[in-house]
Ligand binder design. Structure first.
Ligand SMILES: [Zn+2]
Length: 82
């Protein structure tokens, strides 16, 4: 069974995109924005190259948290201008 995201959208409806494991689609906080594909960026490849049993996971968590804060603030910003 395919679950839908269901996040409220600007039209008062619900987001119809397919949800990730946590119940939200990619645009609504579904997936981690952390490393996905080593070949995606040189910087990421560098980082993954030195990855050893979670040594940098704390740093990554912090990075994701900051990214989430940024996403949240840009989201409310977009709501203001739209
Ligand atoms: Zn959604």
């Amino acid at each position: 069974m395919v679950r839908l995201c269901g996040a409220r959208n600007r039209n008062g409806g619900q987001c119809q995109r397919v949800a990730c494991k946590n119940g939200r689609c990619m645009n609504h906080g579904g997936k981690s924005t952390g490393p996905k594909n080593v070949s995606e960026s040189g910087r990421l490849a560098q980082k993954m190259g030195s990855w050893k049993h979670g040594r940098y996971s704390k740093e990554t968590i912090e990075e994701n948290r900051m990214l989430r804060d940024f996403m949240r603030s840009s989201d409310s910003f977009l709501r203001q201008i739209w």
